[in-house]
Design a protein around this ligand. Structure first.
Ligand code: FAD
Ligand code: GLY
Length: 379
């Protein structure tokens, strides 16, 4: 076979997951690493995200998924420090915590349930009265009934994170090939030998699929790709002269993320509309309603910018991590991080790099294995 490029490890997909894995592999001494990207690196879901690191606001019980999120969150302070030292880019890790508001009877029941399971699990969570919540964040709605405070749910500026990972690749000899869409994987005698675009071929000893919402579109003879669906999320932003909020603020219907540069991100829609990244009037209205419900003082502001991204979701809503097939040892998948890919990037990278170059099998590779769907029907 005449293959035009040759890598020890080929990572397909240059979002936060592919770039974070590339970095971990480089730190563990892997040889030639190439990241192939359809468009520009860091321009899809990872760019559209809100950057919340929110295991306690987003998980529903203290299960394996929660523990994966929690472990990844705990890696962030060191991850941020290392990236700053390695690249000079601050990812703006903000550890002021997250407030979760109850505004209706149903919300009160919901946050009390959340408080109960988190207290049972020994997590750091505070149940606040409305007055206590307003002391923390004076601009929240007078309709707030009570709230939870999660001191360990944080945020990062995900676009800076992507910039840092891109810079790391640039200065650490990780080859980035943009505008290159892989259509199929090349298999010979039960081994992946590379990938092709339809014209160009890339040889590799190991291939990692970090292709987010597009994972199911890749072809490989005799192999079924995991089923991953795009779920659109729209976010709108507001700008205020002075920073109105310190913490990230959730209600059960939406969230506000205050950024260092004065923007407030109001998120997010959750829409099953295929590969359509349009911004819609309905989406903007929905986001405005949720934002005003949390903080009525935003009512006089016009939205500044609105964008949409495609979250990668598996049939069960959980990440897909590890070797795709028992017969093929050199093909790995890291996808379907759905609503938590920014949060899960450092732990995913560590687990995958350990498996690929260290031969260390994290328990999460069994729990979130792509093989769990073999007997299951797609949704
Ligand atoms: P992506 O960033 O989409 O990257 C995949 C890359 O693969 C893309 O660049 C794509 O072009 C490339 N690719 C695909 N197919 C091919 C191919 N065949 N050949 C070459 N390249 C290919 N997560 C959080 O943790 N916290 C949040 O606050 C948060 N908020 C969110 C808000 C919104 C509105 C959205 C949409 C998502 C949010 N998420 C959040 C989820 C998070 O963005 C995703 O889970 C994460 O970005 C997934 O990372 P990824 O690298 O797998 O995907
Ligand atoms: N985790 C926030 C979102 O996906 O909208």
């Amino acid at each position: 076979m005449n293959l035009s490029k040759n890598s020890e490890i080929l990572i397909i997909g240059g979002g936060v997951i592919g770039l974070a894995i590339a970095r971990e592999l480089r730190k563990r001494g892997a040889g030639r690493i190439t990241v192939l990207e359809r468009g520009a690196i860091g321009s899809e879901s990872s760019y559209a995200a809100a950057g919340m690191l929110a295991p306690q606001a987003e998980a529903d019980e203290a299960d394996d998924f929660f523990h994966l999120c929690d472990e990844s969150n705990k890696l962030y302070p060191q991850f941020a420090e290392e990236l700053l030292a390695e690249t000079g880019v601050s990812i703006e890790l903000d550890r002021r915590g997250t407030l979760y508001l109850a505004l209706t009877d149903g919300d009160v029941r919901q946050i009390r349930h959340r408080f109960a399971w988190q207290e049972r699990a020994g997590l750091n969570v505070e149940h606040l009265s409305a007055n206590e919540a307003r002391k923390l964040e004076p601009f929240i709605s007078p309709d707030v009934r009570e709230a939870l405070f999660f001191p360990n749910d944080w945020q990062v500026e995900n676009r800076k994170l992507l910039a840092a990972l891109g810079k790391y690749a640039e200065i650490n000899d990780i080859e980035i090939v943009e505008n290159t869409e892989i259509k199929s994987l090349l298999i010979e005698k039960n081994k992946i030998v590379g990938a092709e675009t339809g014209g160009e071929k890339f040889a590799a000893q190991t291939v990692v699929l970090a292709t987010g919402a597009w994972t199911s579109l890749i072809k490989a003879d005799g192999l079924t790709m995991p089923f991953v669906k795009p779920i659109r999320g729209q976010i709108t932003t507001y700008r205020t002269a002075k920073r109105l909020f310190g913490t990230v603020i959730y209600s059960p219907r939406g969230y506000l993320v205050p950024r260092r540069d004065g923007r407030i991100l109001a998120g997010a829609t959750v829409e099953d509309v295929g590969f359509d990244k349009s911004v819609t009037a309905d989406g903007v209205d929905f986001l405005r309603e949720n934002a005003f419900e949390i903080a009525p003082s935003l009512v006089n502001l016009a939205p500044d910018e609105t964008w949409a991204g495609l979250r990668p979701r598996a049939a069960d809503g959980l990440p897909i991590l590890g070797a795709l097939s028992p017969e093929i040892e050199n093909l790995f998948v890291a996808t379907a991080h759905y609503r938590n890919g920014i949060l899960l990037a450092p732990e995913t990278a560590k687990i995958l790099a350990d498996a690929i170059v260290g031969n260390v099998e994290s328990k999460y590779l069994k729990i979130f294995s792509p093989r769990r769907f073999q007997a299951a029907k797609a949704f």
